[in-house]
Design a protein around this ligand. Structure first.
Ligand code: MG
Ligand code: MG
Length: 269
């Protein structure tokens, strides 16, 4: 059942989302060659607790860390490790918090040092596909419209869309209805309603869409071991339109990126 949020609840969820955004921004200034993902995980846990919140993933389904850290061919659900980041790596960081009883949950794929052009393009297109999907999150549309938009955009570039893992409703639980696949057919699936809050999160592979899971029961990686990207935002439907609750601006401030990509999704403010 889809849990509709009041405007007051949406404002609380914005706080949760913004804390994740700030955590990812803090991490952006720490990601460099030689740093371990376990170190970044500790920084994130401290940062979240210092902001009167608790890490959302730690202990959820028995996950042992604050961050999912998925480098290179890992798609999602990788563990932080003591292996230092290398020049040319990409690292997908997925972060969740619980604040005021509500989850925030979003993700960004970072570059470490000099990344190959083909991989840079994968990151760019995957992030653009996220906004293609968000644009369809409005009254009158259905879940399949979002999935179709993401799939169509990425497959036009020859990339593989991961199907086994999907976006989701978000609220007092990390995973609420509806599931939000990154593929689909236009006009199919559940109808969007005022007050819905969802996480949209394309997971896109440079090569095949096929994935494996490691014996650890968590880590998902591409079968062909080519890179995979993951970007995730939290969005509410307000006044019939998509309203971004999360932001990449804290990351962009650190990385010196100037972007107006989020402007069209900030209607009510
Ligand atoms: Mg996430
Ligand atoms: Mg999610």
């Amino acid at each position: 059942m889809i849990k509709i949020k009041t405007l007051e609840e949406i404002e609380l969820m914005r706080e949760s989302a913004l804390l994740v955004s700030k955590t990812l921004g803090m991490l952006a200034s720490e990601i460099k060659i030689g740093v371990t993902t376990l170190y970044l995980d500790k920084l994130a846990e401290e940062f979240i607790r210092d902001h009167d919140a608790i890490p959302g993933f730690l202990g959820l389904y028995d996950f042992p860390n604050t961050l999912c850290m998925s480098p290179n061919a890992q798609v999602v659900h990788g563990f932080p490790t003591d292996e230092p980041l290398k020049n040319g790596d990409i690292i997908s960081i997925d972060c969740g918090v619980v604040k005021n009883g509500f989850y925030g949950d979003h993700a960004y794929t970072f570059e470490v040092g000099e990344v190959e052009a083909a991989t840079k393009k994968l990151l760019k297109i995957t992030k653009e596909s996220l906004y293609e999907g968000i644009r369809q999150l409005k009254i009158g549309n259905r879940v399949g419209d979002v999935g179709y938009a993401i799939q169509n955009y990425c497959e036009n570039h020859g990339y593989g869309i991961v199907r086994e893992l999907v976006g989701h409703g978000l609220g007092r639980k990390m995973h609420e209805d509806p599931e939000m696949p990154n593929y689909g057919r236009r006009g199919r699936g559940k109808k969007f309603k005022e007050g819905m809050v969802v996480a949209i999160e394309p997971m896109v592979n440079l090569g095949t869409s096929k994935i494996n899971q490691l014996k650890d029961g968590w880590t998902i990686l591409t079968v062909d071991r080519k890179p995979s990207a993951h970007f995730e935002h939290n969005i509410a439907i307000v006044n019939g339109k998509p309203e971004l609750l999360s932001t990449f601006k804290y990351i962009y401030d650190v990385l010196g990126i100037i972007s107006d990509e989020e402007n069209e999704f900030r209607i009510s403010h």
